[in-house]
Write a protein that binds this ligand. Structure first.
Ligand code: NI
Length: 392
């Protein structure tokens, strides 16, 4: 199915859609599945009561009989607001939108796994649920919506598998991690409010710029001094806007960032600690502060037993030498929501190749690409892992 996999991936890559707007993407997936005679449910993953729901769930049923086991294979459909560079053969046709996180590959591979299993359905028993979810890249996360909508109630999968392309892992390798794997991520929105005026008369103003600077450094001290050593935590403030001028002190400074943690108790403590700290610093210097934390997805926690079995399936599929144990990652994944309601195994597919520009560039970048040789392995691994779980 190599030509199909590459063709699907390139079609999706050319036509990326942003989170919760994946209407053409899900149409393509649904039509491709139905053309094979696979049963599909559309309209899942609704952002609100009137939203279309740009996700789909397909059921591939083994016809050997004798088992009502079910395992879910998950793909994500959405792209990112990035303007793509390079890749003449299949560059994005939608300005400012790009599959820069490999979700085009994830979708093609789960599509391929499902169709391959359907074609050999007489040889296995049980049900494989294909999950095509919208909005991985945006809160509240398509995964959380599917869980709330109860799409996993009937049939009820015994577990869910997710796979993510990984530039730093060479093509041919699969990466696993038992237990907590990826961080909980919360968004920070901070506005330091002072009083602007002439830059030559700071004594008549409450300059929010040095107050914001102090706040930024103090927030980093929470990571180095309040966080327990050895406990993973990242706080990154990627946006700082003080919109004054050489001779103008602005009224306010806006700061946005993210907080990544692994411990749920520490995470909720931070939801109180950070705003308290900000108030102390800003009010002590005559300013005020708005501090909003938007709660994102929780930790991706791989079920140790499921992870062990899927890792063993991977060893059987690609050999011990091609299976790698990975460190925790401070990236976040809305696959996390699944792992809090059923056993989950999220693993990494190597797509880096030094001979191919872009495949080692890192995710969420304009030049990001994958080594398409990984598609057959990724689709095959999903199908094989699903079969191994059902045959257990
Ligand atoms: Ni992703």
């Amino acid at each position: 199915m190599e030509a199909d996999l590459v063709g699907w991936r390139r079609h999706l890559h050319r036509h990326p859609e942003l989170s919760f707007q994946e209407t053409a993407t899900v149409r393509f997936v649904v039509d491709t599945l139905r053309a094979e005679g696979i049963e599909v449910r559309e309209g899942v993953g609704k952002l609100g009561p009137d939203a279309p729901g740009t996700g789909a769930i397909a059921l591939v049923r083994g016809e050997k009989g004798g088992s009502d086991a079910c395992i879910a294979l998950r793909a994500d459909l959405d792209a990112l607001p990035i303007t793509e560079v390079g890749k003449e053969a299949y560059c994005s046709k939608h300005p400012g939108v790009m599959h820069a996180c490999g979700h085009d590959a994830h979708t093609a591979m789960v599509l391929g796994a499902g169709i391959a299993l359907h074609r050999v359905r007489k040889e296995w028993s049980g049900t494989v649920m294909l999950v095509f979810q919208p909005g991985e890249e945006k809160e509240p996360g398509g995964a959380s919506l599917l869980v709330k909508e109860g799409v996993f109630n009937d049939p009820k999968p015994s577990g869910i598998l997710g796979q993510h392309v990984t530039p730093e892992l060479p093509t041919g390798k699969l990466g696993f991690r038992s237990g907590p794997f990826m961080a909980a991520a919360d968004e920070l929105y901070i506005t330091v409010k002072g009083r602007g005026g002439h830059a030559g008369s700071p004594h008549l103003c409450i300059d929010p710029v040095p107050i914001a600077a102090q706040l930024i450094l103090s927030l980093q001290q929470v990571v180095s001094r309040r966080n327990k050593p050895g406990q993973p935590m990242v706080l990154s403030l990627g946006k700082v806007i003080a919109n004054g001028a050489t001779n103008i002190i602005p009224d306010e400074v806006r700061i946005e960032g993210t907080m990544r943690t692994f411990d749920e108790a520490w995470r909720s403590e931070l939801h109180g600690l950070l705003p308290d700290l900000a108030r102390g610093i800003c009010e002590g210097m005559g300013a005020t502060v708005d501090f909003t934390i938007v709660k994102g997805s929780p930790v991706v926690k791989n079920d140790p037993e499921l992870n062990e079995r899927i890792r063993a399936a991977a060893v059987g599929y690609v050999g011990e030498a091609n299976v790698v144990d990975m460190d925790i990652r401070m990236g976040a994944e809305d696959f996390a929501y699944y792992t809090h309601v059923m056993p989950g195994c999220f693993f990494r597919l190597g797509t880096g190749n030094p001979a191919l520009p872009g495949t080692q560039s890192g995710l969420h970048r304009a030049e990001m690409d994958i080594d398409e040789d990984a598609l057959v392995l990724g689709a095959g691994m999903m199908a094989w892992a699903g079969i191994c779980e059902l045959a257990r």
